[in-house]
Ligand binder design. Structure first.
Ligand code: NAD
Ligand code: TDX
Length: 332
């Protein structure tokens, strides 16, 4: 049994991680979360009070972080500004939270010699052409495109330096696009599901030929638990489930699953600098740690996700109007 400090645990992936870890292990968990627009305490409702607590605060607060890290056996760092479109509108919080926040955590785990796992994204590698036979591997040079992905790339490099220079016991994982319950409605799949519920036509950026490599959030989190248990210190693990689909296909699948015509969507302005394709080669994770995805049927996972948004309108409704207003301001 261990005590985990989970940053960003009120967000999409972090909250699913906390549920997953409390169900499958006997660990105890403290979540540190600033409860920004993206953090929702309702995502942590119903967790056992004797094994879970929420500390509301900022990962950039060195004193708070030091105190929480000092009583943890391991830190799992999910907290971030996570939305590319927001980073194009206002990069400042991305630099602060993703870079300065990671620095603050690294200094605390260094001071207290606490195991650290750093959650990152495949977007640090930039993008691939549609017809490129290669996929991302851990050896690929970093080449991020957006303020979001460059701030995540910088945070990964801080971790690598703290491992090499100070002997911090850290691992890094870079995962592809997640889907599942409790994802903010600003993101692609929840935005389209909730648009259809609201009688709004789904919105496809640009041509919609851009490819994302989809993985269910529980498969991501099972891999993170496995890395915490058995990952090699200093190692980078890529997490992906061979789920490449173009955005147009995903919108058509959502429409059909919700009983609508597959062509009932509209093209809107493209994202500036829009990455064309991401694709993960997860060989190291599979071979070294024996991880395999459980959710291999995207259509089934998508249907369950649609059901979750239908059943949990109270959870997403308060965010929806603001998201649509900011998309409309960008012609999206
Ligand atoms: P999210 O935006 O849903 O959640 C982020 C959480 O971090 C929120 O609860 C927010 O309140 C909290 N937070 C933000 N700034 C903070 C601060 N300064 N101090 C404390 N808490 C703060 O994000 P997500 O989609 O769950 O992503 C989680 C992590 O996974 C991020 O590091 C992201 O880069 C990474 N990731 C996401 C995906 C994806 O598909 N969503 C894929 C790969 C990697
Ligand atoms: O309304 C939309 N229409 C649309 O066509 C939205 C919101 C998005 N898109 C497109 C843009 C992307 O090609 O869908 C794709 C997915 O978009 P997002 O959900 O914004 O995700 P992406 O930019 O790919 O980044 C996500 O995966 C990697 C997460 O937000 C990141 O945190 C993670 O690192």
């Amino acid at each position: 049994m261990a005590h985990l400090l989970v940053t960003g645990g009120a967000g999409f992936i972090g909250s699913n991680f906390v549920h997953h870890a409390l169900e499958r292990t006997d660990h105890t968990v403290t979540v540190l979360d600033k409860l920004t627009y993206a953090g929702n305490p309702a995502s942590l409702a119903g967790l056992p009070a004797d094994r879970f607590e929420l500390a509301t605060g900022d990962i950039c607060d060195r004193g708070l972080v030091d105190a929480l890290v000092s009583r943890a056996d391991a830190v799992v760092h999910f907290a971030a500004e996570s939305h590319n479109d927001n980073s194009l509108n206002d990069p400042e919080p991305f630099v602060r939270t993703n870079l300065v926040g990671t620095f603050s955590l690294l200094e605390a785990v260094r001071a207290h010699d606490v195991r650290y796992h750093h959650i990152s994204t495949d977007e640090v590698y930039g993008d691939l052409e549609l017809d490129d036979p290669e996929r991302f591997t851990p050896e690929r040079p970093y080449n991020p495109s957006s303020p979001y992905s460059s701030s995540k790339a910088g945070s990964d490099l801080l971790v690598r330096a703290w491992v090499r220079s100070f002997g911090v016991r850290a691992t890094i994982s870079n995962c592809s696009n997640n889907y599942g319950p409790r994802q903010h409605v600003e993101k692609f799949i929840p935005r389209q599901i909730t648009n259809i519920i609201d009688g709004i036509r789904p919105k496809l950026y640009g041509t919609g030929l851009n490819v994302r490599d989809w993985i269910h959030v529980d498969d991501h989190n099972a891999a993170v638990l496995r890395i915490l248990e058995a990952g090699r210190i200093g190692q980078t693990y890529l997490i992906g489930a061979d789920g490449e689909l173009d955005n147009r296909t995903v919108i058509e699948k959502i429409l059909v699953a919700m009983g609508r015509d597959a062509g009932d969507y509209e093209h809107v302005n493209d994202r500036p600098g829009h990455d064309m394709r991401y694709a993960i080669d997860a060989t190291r994770l599979r071979a070294e740690l024996g991880w395999e995805p459980v959710y291999r049927d995207f259509d089934a996972g998508l249907t369950a996700t649609i059901d979750w948004y239908r059943a949990n309108e109270d959870w997403w409704r308060p965010q929806k109007a603001a998201v649509e207003a900011s998309c409309a301001a960008r012609g999206q």
